[in-house]
Design a protein around this ligand. Structure first.
Ligand SMILES: *[C@@H]1O[C@H](CO)[C@@H](O)[C@H](O)[C@H]1NC(C)=O
Ligand SMILES: *[C@@H]1O[C@H](CO)[C@@H](O)[C@H](O)[C@H]1NC(C)=O
Ligand SMILES: *[C@@H]1O[C@H](CO)[C@@H](O)[C@H](O)[C@H]1NC(C)=O
Ligand SMILES: *[C@@H]1O[C@H](CO)[C@@H](O)[C@H](O)[C@H]1NC(C)=O
Ligand SMILES: *[C@@H]1O[C@H](CO)[C@@H](O)[C@H](O)[C@H]1NC(C)=O
Ligand SMILES: *[C@@H]1O[C@H](CO)[C@@H](O)[C@H](O)[C@H]1NC(C)=O
Ligand SMILES: *[C@@H]1O[C@H](CO)[C@@H](O)[C@H](O)[C@H]1NC(C)=O
Length: 624
């Protein structure tokens, strides 16, 4: 950092970066090179990426850095292409990622204060960083690698704790592993109040703001804490995130290009967040509060689409960059082709309730009152809570949970008949009828942990007692479910026709699996290609292709209607297996029981939300 000339210096020369965010955890490894090349060809000289702790340490002490998790390979690719790297290793990352990247197992200590000097939290961070930072060190610019700067924590000033001893500890920890030469920095919202708790001595303070902000005022806030040195916008928003039940976010290219140019004229360093958003495969999406989970697509209306396609915004940004630095010549890698594999017929496999022997590897746990996912050592997905009706409910009897008692959605059935759904931010009861002793099954879905703000500690499952009429339900048998393993091991069989199949209420049936397969046609060159799976007549659930968890679908809530299916999970050697866990009701009894593979993504479908109709777009300032 050159404080005299208000700039960075690299190899003694005045240096400025124009960077773009790309999260390797949201892009299949086979596509890393394609996306990085497109970023390079846009004229960027750097990329910025997060390292999500929970992606690499699913179980304490068991690390995974292979395949899609091989971030070293990602760094090498960036280096080979000629891109520098701005690394954001957390430990907290936000990023619309489950729990902001923190592992859910931290919640084993119920009263832990995350992102603070809480000794148990710090001990876990020290252990993780003791593993991670030595891996990063060889990739620092000083050591011949691409990493020019490393961020410590993320937007810490927006967090309630404001614990300077925690930030000082991290600063020392990073220094001790990475050495004295690398630039360590912080990023905060461009407001004095966030910079106050977010910035500390020895870490260069940068800001983040989007094209809706006043650039002069925003950099003025940075100048308040860094009177000299380079101007840095670490997150210039090219688009914005989505939430289920809210309209798809779109930000105009013209505006992004104009404000980018405004910052570049000032000599500022800019990172475009996101340059490519990618996909929240599996269960990796986070959520905001009041509880609003993000969908599977993290397209972000970024200059490269979720699938890495070139957009008008890409070229608008490239045209701006061209005015400030020489951009590489040569062809830009083209948009990858998509293929419409057509309709695939699905067949009902088993109901979740009937397949517990296959789904629950650890077997049931009994307890008087409900326990959470973490109590049963489960981080993601679904858990089944079973009890029985203690009394005759001859008349519809309300089964209720207090507000925020269900994290996050509970699918209730009685003796195999769907009764209704309890939701986290809603106190609408489910009416239950049945004889005393009837089996009550409640499948609880974790829809993604809160990733931002005060309420990061997001326990999943039944986090309160449920009340039937006046009395709390007790005597639970809980099944931790290993659905992903069961699906990829092909354990779910076809349903045996049972004459006793109970009639279901209109539009609702208990959670069940469906399976189908399709063959990739012969004689067409370059198949398999990427595709989108369209689930318009399905309601809500999770989908796997060849055992790979493609993500959540919820077209009835919107705005996302199709899911991105990358070619690398498809096979030409065997039929491709599609497995769906439909939670609310499949179209199969009333219409065609199919899913469709198409070439056109739909991320801006109609939004239908019973009780959140007018939820506004979140802006960070709202969430403080
Ligand atoms: C590690 O992650 C890779 C990439 O997601 C995955 O293929 C592999 O199965 C994981 N390894 C273990 C031991 O879980
Ligand atoms: C932007 O902020 C600067 C500094 O606070 C102020 O002088 C200027 O009037 C603002 N511009 C607009 C368009 O609000
Ligand atoms: C439920 O009703 C049945 C008769 O319909 C009766 O025999 C039984 O005792 C009742 N059970 C309870 C727990 O009230
Ligand atoms: C449950 O029953 C009550 C009383 O009969 C009724 O007012 C309410 O609409 C019912 N709720 C649902 C979700 O059916
Ligand atoms: C359920 O109720 C019991 C008895 O009042 C209480 O001890 C327990 O903490 C409650 N459980 C939850 C998860 O709220
Ligand atoms: C799909 O499942 C069938 C039957 O289990 C299996 O033979 C086939 O290899 C699977 N396809 C892929 C691509 O894994
Ligand atoms: C949805 O997005 C597509 C593609 O960008 C666009 O053509 C269409 O007009 C949009 N529809 C709505 C309702 O905004």
């Amino acid at each position: 950092v050159d404080y005299q000339n208000d700039c960075f210096r690299k190899d003694g020369e005045k240096f400025r970066y124009i960077s773009g965010s790309i999260h390797y955890s949201r892009i299949p490894r086979v596509y890393w090179k394609d996306r990085l090349l497109k970023m390079y060809m846009a004229g960027l000289n750097a990329i910025q990426t997060y390292i999500p702790w929970n992606y690499h340490e699913k179980v304490p002490g068991l690390y995974n850095f292979s395949g899609d998790r091989d971030f070293e390979y990602f760094l090498k690719l960036a280096h080979d292409i000629g891109l520098l790297v701005i690394l954001r290793p957390g430990p907290y990352i936000c990023g619309e990622w489950d729990m902001g990247g923190l592992p859910a197992w931290l919640l084993k200590k119920k009263d832990i204060v995350l992102r603070s000097a809480d000794p148990d939290y710090v001990a876990a961070v020290d252990k993780w960083m003791g593993k991670l930072l030595p891996m990063i060190k060889p990739y620092l610019y000083q050591n011949g690698g691409p990493i020019i700067t490393v961020q410590v924590e993320n937007e810490y000033g927006s967090y309630f704790a404001c614990d300077y001893s925690y930030m000082r500890h991290l600063s020392k920890l990073f220094r001790s592993y990475l050495g004295d030469e690398v630039v360590l920095f912080t990023t905060d919202g461009a407001l004095l109040k966030t910079l106050k708790c977010g910035s500390i001595q020895d870490l260069y303070a940068t800001v983040d703001f989007g094209p809706g902000s006043n650039v002069t005022a925003a950099f003025g806030a940075q100048r308040h804490v860094e009177p000299h040195g380079p101007l840095v916008n670490s997150e210039f928003y090219t688009g914005w995130l989505d939430h289920w039940g809210s309209h798809h976010s779109v930000v105009s290219s013209t505006r992004v290009a104009r404000v980018l140019s405004e910052m570049l004229i000032m000599g500022a360093n800019v990172n475009l967040y996101m340059f490519i958003g990618g996909t929240n495969f599996g269960y990796w999406n986070g959520a905001n509060t009041p509880y609003a989970p993000q969908p599977t697509s993290y397209d972000y209306d970024a200059p490269l689409t979720e699938a890495g396609d070139l957009t008008e915004k890409y070229f608008a940004i490239r045209d701006v960059i061209k005015m400030y630095r020489k951009i590489p010549e040569g062809p830009i890698p083209p948009t990858t082709p998509k293929y419409a594999y057509g309709a695939v017929t699905m067949k009902k496999l088993q109901m979740v309730s009937d397949a517990l022997d296959k789904l629950s590897f650890s077997g049931p746990v009994k307890s008087t009152y409900p326990q959470t996912f973490i109590d049963l050592n489960q981080a993601f997905g679904f858990m089944l809570y079973r009890t029985s009706l203690p009394v005759n409910c001859t008349k519809p009897t309300p089964l209720t949970s207090p507000l925020n008692g269900v994290h996050d959605r509970a699918y209730v059935s009685v003796d195999g008949v769907a009764a209704g759904i309890l939701e986290r931010d809603n106190v609408e009861p489910v009416n239950v009828t049945g004889k005393a002793g009837s089996q009550v099954d409640i499948l609880v879905e974790n829809l993604g942990r809160v990733n931002y703000g005060k309420y990061l500690k997001d326990f999943k499952g039944l986090v309160s007692n449920l009340t039937l009429g006046e009395n709390p339900l007790t005597g639970w048998t809980m099944y931790s479910l290993s659905i992903d393993e069961a699906v990829s091991e092909g354990l779910l069989g076809e349903e045996e026709p049972t004459p006793t199949d109970a009639p279901q209420p209109a539009g609702l049936s208990p959670p069940a699996f469906y399976g189908g397969s399709f063959i990739i046609p012969d004689g067409i060159p370059d198949l398999p290609q990427d595709t989108y799976i369209k689930l318009t007549s399905w309601r809500k659930g999770q989908i796997w292709i060849n055992g790979f968890n493609v993500g959540r679908y919820w077209p009835t809530r919107g705005p996302q209607v199709t899911l991105f299916v990358p070619a690398n999970i498809l096979s030409t050697a065997a039929p491709n297996n599609v497995t769906i866990l439909e939670l609310e009701g499949a179209p199969c009894s009333s219409g065609p029981c199919t899913v469709e593979f198409t070439t056109i993504p739909i991320l801006n479908g109609t939004v239908q939300s019973d009780y959140k109709q007018h939820r506004r777009l979140f802006i960070k300032e709202d969430l403080l």
